[in-house]
Write a protein that binds this ligand. Structure first.
Ligand SMILES: Cc1ncc(COP(=O)(O)O)c(C=O)c1O
Length: 470
């Protein structure tokens, strides 16, 4: 590895274009983001010229304890040095058991067992299967604008056509309800009572409602009382209530699990992303005893769901170190404090700038939304023309200068939306949060003047996918 890193650094883009994803390469070059990244440290990425960039993407949220945290690295190294009897398969291991014990101790009493997996989408796939098998029902409800991953089952719960187009037919029996609308959920749950049983297309009773407590795409916060009402409605209808905490979990929102904000007690909780400090792919589904026993209900059925690498020692070791770091460094409380500071510093932009329509967040999951300038002026015409050419293009006027002028990496929060999102590492320094808020204001003030060049930029970009994934 030393040899490769020493002698081939700088070839990343050529290798990507030849063998990986040249369209992604085009996006990165078009936006001028094609740095040679050589290191990551805490909340920062470092390029080959030694420049430090504040990383507000955190690898789509995996680096909550910061990039390359020494304790997580040491845990992986120690486990390798111990030559553990990893993955005996017909046998059980210590580390994933300790991880399950520690996760369940931090979770609500409604869950009692853990199904180990390797990624967020695998966690959601497992949740869908567990819900169906344990209830004997087939319909799965999900919220509009949801993102639960890109394998076929999770994709069937995806609210965004751009991800779904061309991959159908998707899993039958999956149906969207508006996020935040408990009445719509109640109606969708009730429909099953009158529909014919046994038709898996869209009829029959509901096995589960799967929901992100805060939606990652767009950072949509739930209205007051919504999630508690959803849980109650699910219970009344005999459907399982599933919280996808792949993005919101592990301290991100200022609680270990976001569901703590509302005192929820789900039947299933999906975890992944930050759980292993970003070092090793990892995931877990925390499951109620009843649902678990409804699936794994006999020796013959002991392995009816699972995955070869699920519960591997390196992932468990990195996850255990991550939990310890969260505690010893007080990162959950830190996320709450710095998230409140970020909101305090950025909320006034709504009043100060016509193009800022909203600022929102929970803990260190934050977003700013842009809207058109008032009717009548030239700026409005330019905005309209550019947005017609490429919806969501205005947000590129924010993300680009933040990167080029301020060395801050952040993302557009979803396709065709003017929402810029930040998921900083929870170890981010307060002064970096202040620097981001000041840089953002400078960039917004400049972008609000909407130069004519923007129109050319927007038209030039038309048709290109410029948006980070979720
Ligand atoms: C809420 C949520 N669920 C599931 C996933 C899928 O996770 P993965 O990319 O690890 O498959 C994501 C990824 O962004 C997510 O945000």
């Amino acid at each position: 590895m030393r040899e490769i890193l020493a002698h081939r650094t700088g070839e990343e883009m050529a290798l990507n274009d030849a063998y990986l994803n040249p369209q992604l390469g085009r996006i990165v070059r078009t936006l001028g983001l094609d740095r040679t990244w050589v290191a990551g440290e805490g909340a920062h990425l470092i390029d080959s010229e030694g420049n430090r960039y504040l990383d507000l993407l955190s690898g789509y949220g995996v680096f909550a304890i910061g990039r390359n945290h020494p304790e997580a690295i040491a845990a992986v190294r120690d486990t390798m040095a111990a030559n553990t009897a990893n993955l005996p398969q017909l046998g059980v291991t210590l580390l994933s058991g300790v991880l399950a014990e520690q996760l369940l101790a931090r979770a609500p009493g409604s869950v009692a067992a853990m199904v180990p997996v390797n990624s967020g989408t695998e966690a959601v796939e497992a949740a869908i299967k567990i819900a169906r098998a344990s209830t004997g029902r087939s319909r799965i409800l999900y919220a509009e604008h949801a993102f639960h991953g890109l394998t076929l089952g999770s994709l069937s719960l995806n609210g965004d056509a751009i991800f779904r187009e061309g991959f159908g037919p998707l899993v039958p029996g999956c149906e969207a309800v508006p996020f935040g609308d408990a009445d719509a959920l109640e109606r969708a749950l009730a429909r099953g009572d009158v529909a014919a049983r046994g038709d898996v297309a869209a009829r029959g009773e509901v096995a589960a409602f799967v929901v992100e407590p805060v939606q990652g795409k767009g950072v949509n916060l739930p209205p007051d009382g919504y999630l508690a009402a959803a849980q109650r409605l699910c219970r009344d209808a005999g459907a399982l209530f599933v919280c996808d905490e792949v993005q919101t979990g592990i301290g991100r929102t200022g609680r270990f699990l976001a569901l703590e904000h509302w005192g929820l007690e789900p039947d299933l909780i999906c975890l992944s992303k930050a759980l292993s400090g970003g070092l090793v792919p990892v995931g877990a589904v925390l499951v109620s005893r009843a649902a678990f026993d409804g699936v794994f209900d006999g020796m013959e059925r002991a392995v009816r769901h699972g995955s070869t690498f699920g519960g591997n020692d390196l992932a468990a070791a990195a996850a255990l170190a991550t939990l310890r770091v969260l505690d010893t460094e007080g990162l959950v409380a830190r996320a709450e404090r710095l998230g409140a500071l970020l909101l305090e510093l950025t909320t006034p932009l709504v009043e100060r700038y016509e193009v800022v329509s909203d600022v929102r967040g929970l803990g260190l999951m934050w977003a700013i939304e842009f809207g058109p300038p008032p009717e009548g002026g030239a700026r409005r015409s330019i905005w309209n023309a550019a947005e017609r050419a490429q919806p969501g293009i205005f947000s590129q006027l924010i993300v680009g200068p933040l990167f080029h002028d301020h060395r801050i990496l952040c993302q557009v929060a979803g396709h065709r939306m003017n929402v810029v999102k930040a998921l900083p590492a929870l170890v981010v320094e307060e002064q970096e949060i202040r620097r981001f808020a000041a840089a953002l204001e400078e960039v917004v003030a400049r972008a609000e003047r909407i130069p004519r060049a923007f129109l050319r930029f927007g038209v030039g970009m038309a048709g290109r996918a410029l948006t980070a994934r979720k």
